[in-house]
Design a binder for this molecule. Structure first.
Ligand SMILES: [Zn+2]
Length: 233
């Protein structure tokens, strides 16, 4: 087996390794991506806080309403106790009860408004809670699928790395060094196959002499344009 053919084989293994590694990288990125879950959680938290605030507001109004009833009861008790005989004082007390009742009405209207608002916000809260559970479930399923893929890709990388080690061991060290340095400077492709009298990596047309050289087993030929090692096949 010629050194050039061995380099070409190594190149094919490296292409597969690069692709598998970049696929693995994508999968890991997907596994770490929980933007949809974060968004659903944020929406839910926001609504939860809104409901809490309305509940707090409602409790305060309920307390006010209760206190207002107590005030009215107290004033009415005095009014009907018979202790107050003075007509002016009685009239004042009657007016006070009326005023207290008017304010009670205001408070009760406010209470009703908050109750209605709370009801609506609770509905949204329940919807968002369901959404959140749904997204959690989806993320769980998605991640278990990605984890399966990740394991497969890691196995594949291990297999290719073993294959690569065997391929490298069978190469002359200086050929391998040459290959590695071209690979680094030429976007991962160091060996280019001659196809239809051209360099398949850059498309340059090659002379007959160079094509012959690229087929020779004993020495390396290089593309005059991109500088890659030519494999004549
Ligand atoms: Zn080329």
């Amino acid at each position: 087996m010629s050194q050039v053919f061995k380099l070409f084989r190594l190149q094919q293994i490296d292409i597969q390794l690069d692709q598998t590694r970049s696929h693995l990288f994508e999968i890991i990125k997907q596994l770490e991506n929980d933007a949809d879950l974060q968004q659903a959680q944020e929406n839910y938290n926001h609504q939860h806080q809104k409901v809490n605030e309305l509940e707090k507001k409602l409790r305060l109004i309920e307390k006010d309403v209760e206190q207002q009833y107590a005030k009215i009861r107290e004033s009415e008790d005095t009014l009907y106790s018979g202790h107050i005989k003075n007509p002016k004082e009685l009239k004042d007390l009657e007016d006070e009860v009326k005023a207290l009742k008017r304010y009670l009405q205001v408070l009760e209207e406010r209470q009703l408004e908050v109750m209605i608002a709370l009801d609506e916000e609770k509905k949204i809260h329940n919807d968002l809670e369901r959404d959140l559970e749904k997204v959690k479930h989806e993320v769980l399923q998605r991640n278990s699928r990605y984890l399966g893929e990740k394991t497969e890709l890691e196995k594949e990388i291990q297999r290719l790395e073993n294959e690569r080690a065997i391929a490298v061991a069978s190469l002359e060290p200086d050929y391998y060094e040459r290959y590695q340095s071209i690979r680094v400077s030429k976007k991962g492709i160091a060996v280019s196959r001659v196809q239809e009298k051209s360099c398949s990596a850059c498309g340059t047309t090659l002379t007959g002499g160079l094509i012959q050289e690229a087929r020779a087993p004993s020495r390396l030929a290089f593309c005059p344009s991109c500088g890659r090692i030519l494999y004549g096949g």
